[in-house]
Design a binder for this molecule. Structure first.
Ligand code: C2E
Ligand code: CA
Ligand code: CA
Length: 734
């Protein structure tokens, strides 16, 4: 008893209470206890009390420790948690030290680590927003001991953010770029003065107040918010996101560019959205100007090629209605530019542009594709005839002369049409087909329009094939010169020959020039073919009697290229042909398309000593001034006059006049296409000195000419002492 009293009053009271309970219990069970049993009862009670006291001591001791301590059973029950631990974890102490479930008190820790099988581990958990605890766990036989401390980093973090805040406050306050931090749900947390001002408010508080309460739309485009959040979700950020938005207060629309990113907690969960916002109005305005420039033709104000192609693409992808592409090309724009200068050219283009606009409908698009090329996108196909009616109107409008400073400028236009979907279902095909139709319109003399049809394309395919095959025709010895006699009207004897090209096509057989000369000219192959003809003519002519002259035709491209002079010089030198025996036949069109250089070339040709004939006289401009200016030796009256002589007195009069002029100027006149005796007689009566035509002989191979003239074989072989076998015979045997 003394021992009990010695401890303290509270303990002896507890002992008495305890003894009383025990005695009562013993009495009820066994009746009045013996002395021995009483002693045993008292000593057991003393033992139990000691244990309780020891436990109280331990608890007092644990509570005095600054570090938080938790004793956890294997089943996750906390059977002791000291005061420091309750404090750090922000938990309320349980009454009478009652045990509690760790999973209920600290779900984060429980879910993270309590099931961990390791004997020790360390974890950091957020116990309240911005507040963290470091937890060290040690596994024991009966459960775990956890020590709990305030996370060291918290204070470090606070210090660092304070320093950062100070350092960057000025940047935040003074930036002209709007900066903000919102909660993930969009509630504003912070924003800088620039953003406040941008939205038309005077203070951050005012802004936050209005923005939090007003559920107003920020983006003008209703799809923008979804796009923004989608990007945030997938990328975690948004960069250079350009949108039109409403300023919050005034609802004024403005273009901005924004950047945004998530601020996450340590577990990676987004807590805030931060971002910057900048006015992009200037950038958008510049982009608009650039776009306008790209879409407009600056000279005429019409749509540009770029805009036309975009419009065409979108009409095709829309695919709902038929429409027609007009490809338009001016017939005589270049001469106007060359003759009257670029200002006149610009005037023509501008006038035509505004006239075209008056002809088309509201939904049609008129564009200048470049140079003197225009295009129209017209709604509808030709089902109702409106498409052709518009084309006819365009052609007749542009056929009228434009007046500029007292000059009447005749421009004229050719138009090609292709309709969607009948003539093509993609832009390249449609434009290509409209161009093919345009090409046909041009070929038929201009000032007209043409609608695409499938035949045009197969014609083009044929042309392409011919072009391909022609490239190898010279090397493969497929070309040959045929010779048609020119006779002296007075004596009827052969005075010379005209060399005319033939192509031995490996599949199609013998082809006349009409099947390939124009194609070769267009494909830029005629210079080579023409120079080959010069070479061949010189060598073959040198085998013929010296009184025989030989004529060869010259194409426009060949005439233009300096290589004709070179080809003539070498061929004449190699063949030893007297230049006087060689005649170059040149048409007016060839001269006209090379007007600027014609004088120089003619001078060189004259110096070389070759003769010059003006071919097809009467079909072109029949410029008499050319006769004098270029000093032709011969003029060939076109076949059309000769054949029409008997029916039309006008034709006879023309033939007579040409012969008269020839006599006066000392130029020999050749009548072409003499087919009948009557024509020959009439021409002889009119005094035409030279005659050529089927009546006197059709064009024939060189070998036949040689036979006709009785030329010795040796003579032929001598004239062909050439390295290149191609010229040895008219057409070598294969
Ligand atoms: P061209 O220079 O006017 O040649 C005369 C054409 O009229 C030749 O046609 C000839 O065969 C044809 N002809 C001659 N007499 C008569 C006749 O009585 N009746 C008829 N109906 N026709 C007659 P071809 O050989 O078909 O040549 C056609 C054109 O091809 C030539 O017209 C010439 O412009 C061109 N050509 C021919 N060979 C060459 C060449 O080597 N170089 C160049 N650049 N053009 C050539
Ligand atoms: Ca000719
Ligand atoms: Ca001719």
């Amino acid at each position: 008893m003394t021992a009990v009293t010695r401890k303290n009053g509270r303990s002896s009271k507890a002992l008495h209470g305890r003894l009383q309970q025990q005695l009562l219990k013993a009495k009820n069970q066994y009746g009045e206890p013996s002395g021995e049993a009483l002693l045993e009862l008292v000593s057991r009670t003393y033992d139990e009390l000691d244990k309780q006291l020891a436990r109280n001591h331990v608890e007092e001791f644990l509570d005095a420790i600054q570090c938080g301590i938790m004793l956890v059973n294997a089943d996750g029950k906390v059977h002791h948690c000291n005061r420091a631990a309750f404090e750090v974890l922000g938990l309320t102490p349980k009454p009478n030290g009652k045990s509690f479930n760790i999973a209920d008190a600290l779900p984060k820790l429980a879910s993270l680590k309590i099931t961990d099988r390791r004997d020790r581990f360390v974890a950091e958990i957020e116990v309240a927003p911005g507040r963290h605890a470091d937890i060290h766990a040690t596994r024991t036989t009966s459960g775990m001991i956890l020590t709990v401390k305030k996370a060291e980093y918290d204070s470090l973090r606070r210090n660092a953010s304070f320093m950062m805040e100070e350092e960057y406050r000025s940047l935040f306050e003074n930036s002209t770029c709007g900066i903000y931090r919102d909660r993930v749900d969009g509630t504003p947390v912070r924003c800088n003065p620039a953003l406040v001002k941008f939205n038309g408010y005077d203070s951050e508080a005012e802004y936050r107040e209005s923005v939090s309460h007003a559920q107003t739309n920020w983006y003008v485009d209703p799809n923008r918010p979804t796009q923004f959040h989608q990007m945030m979700k997938t990328e975690g950020c948004v960069k250079d996101f350009v949108s039109e938005v409403y300023r919050h207060r005034t609802r004024e629309k403005v273009w901005i560019t924004e950047n945004a990113w998530y601020v996450r907690d340590h577990a990676g969960v987004p807590v805030y959205i931060e971002g910057t916002i900048q006015d992009a109005s200037e950038r958008i305005a510049t982009m608009a100007i650039i776009e306008q420039q790209a879409n407009l033709d600056s000279l005429t104000g019409l749509a540009s090629r770029h805009r036309f192609l975009n419009a065409l693409e979108s009409k095709i992808s829309d695919g709902r209605e038929a429409f027609t592409v007009y490809s338009l090309d001016l017939d005589r724009f270049k001469p106007i530019n060359d003759l009257y200068g670029h200002a006149a050219g610009d005037f023509v283009l501008k006038t035509i542009a505004s006239e075209l606009l008056t002809l088309v409908g509201d939904h049609d698009l008129v564009a200048r594709l470049g140079g003197d090329e225009f295009a129209i996108l017209h709604h509808g196909d030709d089902g109702d005839g409106k498409v052709t009616a518009l084309a006819a109107k365009i052609v007749s409008l542009l056929r009228k002369p434009l007046s500029l400073k007292g000059h009447n400028l005749l421009v004229g236009a050719s138009v090609g049409l292709a309709s969607f979907p009948a003539h093509g279902q993609d832009s390249a095909t449609l434009l290509g087909n409209a161009d093919l139709a345009l090409y046909k319109a041009k070929k038929s003399g201009g000032n007209t329009f043409c609608i695409f049809d499938a035949e045009l394309r197969s014609g083009l395919q044929r042309r392409l094939n011919v072009e391909d095959e022609l490239k190898s025709a010279v090397c493969d010895n497929e070309l040959e010169l045929y010779y048609q006699p020119v006779v002296d009207a007075a004596t009827g004897s052969v005075q010379g020959y005209e060399a005319l090209m033939r192509w031995h096509h490996p599949i199609r057989g013998l082809l006349p020039p009409s099947e390939f000369i124009q194609i070769a000219e267009d494909a830029g192959l005629m210079t080579d073919l023409g120079n080959w003809a010069i070479k061949c003519v010189c060598h073959q002519a040198s085998a013929l009697p010296t009184n025989i002259k030989v004529a060869v035709n010259v194409s426009a491209n060949q005439f233009r290229s300096a290589s004709i002079l070179e080809a003539l010089r070498t061929s004449l030198a190699d063949s030893q042909l007297d230049p006087k025996r060689l005649i170059l036949e040149i048409t007016e069109t060839v001269i006209m398309s090379n007007e600027a250089i014609a004088d120089t070339i003619f001078e060189e040709l004259r110096e070389m000593g070759v003769s010059l004939a003006l071919d097809d006289f009467g079909t072109g401009y029949s410029s008499l001034s050319y006769l004098q200016r270029f000093k032709f030796d011969k003029v060939k009256i076109d076949r059309s006059f000769v054949s029409g002589m008997s029916d039309s007195p006008a034709n006879l009069a023309i033939v007579r006049a040409i012969i008269g002029i020839g006599n006066d100027l000392g130029i020999k006149i050749v009548a072409e296409g003499v087919e009948t005796k009557a024509q020959a007689d009439a021409l002889i009566t009119e005094g035409c000195p030279l005659l050529q035509g089927y009546y006197y002989g059709k064009p024939k191979p060189f070998t036949e000419v040689v036979n006709d003239l009785g030329v010795q074989r040796l003579q032929i072989l001598q004239s062909f002492s050439l390295e290149e076998p191609i010229h040895l015979s008219a057409r070598p045997q294969r």
